[in-house]
Design a protein around this ligand. Structure first.
Ligand code: NAD
Ligand code: TYD
Length: 338
């Protein structure tokens, strides 16, 4: 039996990870520590069976973290907890620094004190910044553009420093853009799907030709499970889907699946500091035996169908905090066009 702390497990990737791990490792005792910010909900794990417990708490609250580590002798810690939306980080970076940097450090202190077998830091390919051609490897320089990417880079560097300084057994993953079920409808894919279902405009930043490398969340979770068990301590592993697409191509595919008109796409002002393209090499991970299994066209179709089937879930979100955020952030959609 392994005791596993998953932080941020009520969010998109974390909840998919917990479901997959509960199925793959029925001998695990999984503790999910999540602050339940706007992005997290226990609804995302409804119906989960097995040895699972939810604890509401903040990874930056050292009293809470220390008490939890005092209660359980964790074997593994996987840190998903973060503020994650680039646009929100541009509007207000403070929470990003607090959770993604200070929260990570708070967890690391508890990990060092207790001496867990493995700590996995979930980071992002956005720490490398934009790449015009080719792809970044794990030793490429970090040139984050947004406060989100900068806070993830800083948190990840603190993690690596704990390995070099104290020998803490850490592994860092840097994955490309995930998509799939249970993603909060502020990121481009779930936002576009849910807006299109309701015949609402699909906001498109700039010229719509920015490129992202899409990775199905199940492939990311399988990779994280692999590096947790077989990754080399102190190392960084890129996780890329190898499936690049422009934002326009992604939204057009969504509209086609829903039999909706391309006229729903609405070009709006560009995001400040908008990275043009992300791409990573993942030879290190592939050498451990991982390869992505979900083709983007098939995964996107499945995701659209999932949102059609789970409208109660996202309609509840869209009737809450989301509304004020959307009205504030996309105010220009409401303005008369000249
Ligand atoms: P998400 O926004 O859906 O979920 C984040 C979760 O963290 C939420 O449940 C939230 O309540 C929780 N949380 C936030 N602050 C917290 C705090 N202080 N203490 C405890 N819990 C807190 O994010 P996601 O898309 O699931 O991303 C998970 C992780 O994966 C993040 O670290 C993110 O940087 C990384 N990542 C995500 C993607 C992606 O495409 N989604 C890509 C690469 C890396
Ligand atoms: P997003 O889903 O926010 O992920 P990230 O910025 O972390 O890659 O955005 C993905 C791409 O979609 C990015 O190039 C910005 C663009 N985008 C839009 O064009 N319109 C939108 O309303 C959003 C949220 C994103």
């Amino acid at each position: 039996m392994k005791r596993v702390l998953v932080t941020g497990g009520a969010g998109f990737v974390g909840s998919n990870f917990i479901r997959m791990m509960a199925a793959h490792h029925p001998d695990w005792r999984i503790i999910n520590l999540d602050a339940l910010t706007y992005a997290g909900s226990t609804d995302n794990l409804k119906g989960l069976s097995g040895d699972y417990a939810f604890v509401r708490g903040d990874i930056a609250d050292s009293a809470c973290v220390t008490a939890l580590f005092g209660q359980y002798a964790f074997d593994y810690v996987v840190n998903f907890a973060a503020e994650t939306h680039v646009d929100r980080s541009i509007a207000s970076p403070q929470d990003f620094i607090r959770t993604d940097v200070l929260g990570t450090h708070t967890l690391l202190e508890a990990v060092r004190e207790q001496g867990v077998a493995r700590y996995v830091q979930i980071s992002t390919d956005e720490v490398y910044g934009s790449v015009a051609a080719g792809a970044f490897a794990e030793d490429s320089p970090l040139r984050p553009s947004s406060p989100y990417a900068a806070s993830k880079a800083a948190g990840g560097l603190v993690v690596q420093s704990f390995y070099r300084t104290y020998g803490t057994p850490v592994v860092v993953t840097r994955s490309s853009n995930n998509y799939g079920p249970w993603q909060y409808p502020e990121k481009i894919i779930p936002l576009s799907i849910t807006n299109a279902i309701d015949d609402q405009a699909l906001p498109m930043y700039g010229d719509g030709l920015n490129v992202r490398d899409w990775l199905h969340v199940e492939d990311n979770c399988a990779a994280i499970d692999l590096v947790l068990h077989r990754g080399e301590v102190g190392e960084v592993y890129n996780i890329g889907g190898g499936q690049e697409a422009t934002n326009l191509a992604v939204t057009e595919a969504i509209l086609a699946r829903l039999h909706k008109d391309r006229g729903l796409i609405r070009f709006v002002a560009d995001r400040p500091g908008h990275d043009r393209r992300y791409a990573v090499t993942c030879d290190k991970l592939k050498a451990l035996g991982w390869t992505p299994s979900v083709a983007f066209a098939e995964g996107l179709a499945r995701t659209v169908d999932w949102y059609i089937a789970h409208s109660e879930w996202w309609r509840r979100i869209k009737s809450g905090e989301w509304r004020a955020y959307y009205a504030r952030h996309y105010a220009e959609l409401e303005e008369p066009r000249t």
